[in-house]
Write a protein that binds this ligand. Structure first.
Ligand code: AMP
Length: 415
């Protein structure tokens, strides 16, 4: 019998499932897709076969009741490409799980105890962990014999020292409610920091990197020798950088001030800070392309939004420079980081004394490849490194399953 080498990666949100099927012999993507608006009348499945001769994108619209039905349809689409979930070539299903608390420092094969622990963390990740659990349960029902692996967004950050992870609030209260800084986007920070080292021709252990994951959600991390020592998101993904719709850092007193003077409820403030803030709150748009277009037309609110965004980013670069002491590279990634040259340029402008600069020509080049955009003379490399969370989840899941089947079952907590 052939050794199974394929991994299906599932990223389950509250009303969506994103998936990719990869062959781990050469990291090749065989198919990918998205089911969105699950539970609504206007659900949609978009499936893209990526094998040669697989044909183009296929789309289904119409109501999809729940995640179970969504996964059944995904399974049918994959089967139509000869890649069905019943295939003996499938080695594992890797699930993105947003919150792993402190317990999960590495990818983990899911069993009842792991499910219970992910469930126990729902109060600190009320939007994400329930959806992840539904995805896991549905996939398990479909292939109960197959290893289901959880890859946690928080795992990479569990190496943060207490000095960075602790909030300076009453210790008993914090511990009773598990209030501390966990960090998110960890799969991306892990992948990008490693790829940056590769780009520099060094081992991850040899380099210190500031990773700026700037998508609709955004976070920064300070990575010393491959280990995260600080990150900008905290108890939830609300803390830190200015994001598409989230405020990032605000004085916590804003919350009770709004309760007292505006009569807003906790839920209303939650929506304000998570959905009606950040770039969208400042100027009405959260897409950096649109903001740049408006700035070019002389729009002052768009210019303000950009300035607030970049100011915060620059502050975090400075802060993490200080945390690390020595920085080898600053790596930009995700939608904004990979594509918005003006953001990269503005974020490091004026930081020449820190050894940071971008080369205008290199920075303007559009490419899907990891690349350095700083001038030769710069002491610190400024890199653009496309993130690939699905590949990272697939690699971690596959490595874990292979380790298990070869009998070498030491728990790898060194990440
Ligand atoms: P992500 O969450 O990583 O998918 O990033 C999504 C965000 O990336 C969008 O909201 C845009 O603000 C930004 N983005 C995507 N493409 C571009 C582009 N070509 N130029 C500037 N920003 C972009």
């Amino acid at each position: 019998m052939t050794t199974p080498t394929r991994v299906l990666v599932l990223n389950s949100g509250s009303s969506s499932v994103k998936y990719q099927l990869l062959d781990m012999r050469d990291d090749r993507r065989l198919a990918q897709g998205l089911v969105e608006r699950i539970g609504e009348e206007t659900s949609r499945l978009v499936h893209t076969p990526l094998l040669a001769g697989g044909g183009g994108k296929r789309e289904r619209t119409g109501p999809i009741a729940d995640h179970a039905e969504a996964l059944k349809l995904v399974s049918e689409e994959l089967a139509a490409d000869g890649l069905g979930l019943d295939s003996p070539e499938l080695a594992a299903i890797g699930h993105r799980v947003v919150h792993g608390g402190l317990r999960f420092t590495a990818p983990t094969v899911i069993d009842d105890a792991v499910l219970a622990e992910i469930e126990r963390l729902v109060p600190v990740a009320p939007l994400h962990n329930p959806a992840n659990l539904v995805g896991i349960r549905t996939a398990t029902a479909l292939r109960p014999d197959l290893p289901q692996v959880a890859v946690f967004d928080t795992a990479f950050h569990t190496t943060m020292p207490e000095a960075a992870a602790r909030y300076a609030i009453d210790v008993e209260t914090a511990d009773a409610h598990r209030i501390r800084r966990y960090g998110f986007h960890g799969t991306s920070h892990a992948y990008v920091s490693r790829e940056t080292a590769r780009l520099l021709g060094k081992a991850p252990e040899e380099v210190n990197v500031i990773v700026l994951h700037l998508g609709n959600g955004a976070s920064a991390s300070a990575v010393r020798g491959g280990r995260c020592v600080d990150t900008s998101m905290g108890l939830t993904p609300l803390e830190g950088l200015v994001m598409g719709t989230r405020s990032g850092d605000v004085d916590p007193a804003v919350t009770f001030h709004l309760m007292r003077v505006a009569g807003m409820s906790a839920d209303e403030i939650d929506v304000l800070l998570n959905k009606r803030s950040g770039l969208v709150g400042l100027c009405g748009d959260n897409d950096m392309r649109e903001i740049r277009r408006r700035i070019d037309e002389g729009d002052e609110r768009a210019a303000l939004a950009f300035d607030v965004y970049v100011h915060r980013l620059k502050k975090y670069i400075g802060a993490y420079y200080a945390v690390l002491g020595r920085v080898d590279a600053v790596a930009f990634t995700a939608g904004v980081g990979e594509n918005a040259a003006p953001v990269r340029e503005a974020a490091v402008a004026g930081l020449e004394e820190l050894g940071l600069a971008v080369d205008a020509g290199l920075n303007a080049v559009r490419s899907d490849e990891a690349r350095i955009v700083s001038p030769e003379y710069a002491r610190v490399a400024v890199a653009v490194v496309p993130t690939d969370e699905e590949l990272e989840i697939a690699r971690q899941s596959y490595a874990l399953v292979r380790e298990g089947s070869s009998g070498a079952h030491e728990q790898d907590t060194e990440k």
